[in-house]
Ligand binder design. Structure first.
Ligand code: 5GP
Ligand code: ZN
Length: 114
């Protein structure tokens, strides 16, 4: 999508501090971090939200989850992080490009949300 900020960041059109990337996945720091470690893991292809995942684009989602342990290792937070996805504005999705928050490193992270 031409006007999607995460497409531009993941595709390199807008420079960012890329923490990890491969053909299908990009990971960059969240601009407004909510924990000492707060990065976003995104598919490079545009998928609006978890509701937009289907058989034709799920390879990219698989690649996201294969990348997450590598990213956690690189950030030094293996076995000590949370993955969060917001699907829909009603639960706080503000960027309509599928993304997974990887958060770690704050005492507040020990609180359970459910
Ligand atoms: P959501 O609220 O959609 O689950 O998460 C969107 C996240 O994207 C927020 O945590 C916000 O701080 C982050 N964000 C929004 N715009 C940008 C941007 O231009 N660059 C980066 N790196 N993060 C962004
Ligand atoms: Zn996009």
């Amino acid at each position: 999508m031409s006007d999607c900020i995460f497409c531009k960041l993941a595709g390199g059109e807008i420079p960012t501090n890329m923490i990890y990337q491969n053909e299908l996945v990009a990971c960059f720091a969240d601009a407004n971090p909510q924990a000492p470690v707060h990065v976003l893991v995104v598919p490079k292809c545009h998928i609006e939200s978890a509701d937009g995942v289907n058989a034709s684009n799920s390879d990219a989602v698989k690649a996201v989850f294969e990348a997450i342990p590598l990213i956690a290792e690189k950030l030094g937070v293996k076995d000590n992080y949370r993955i969060i996805n917001n699907c829909g504005e009603g639960v706080g999705q503000s960027v309509r490009h599928l993304h997974f928050h990887l958060l770690s490193g704050s005492p507040v992270m020990k609180d359970r949300l459910f």
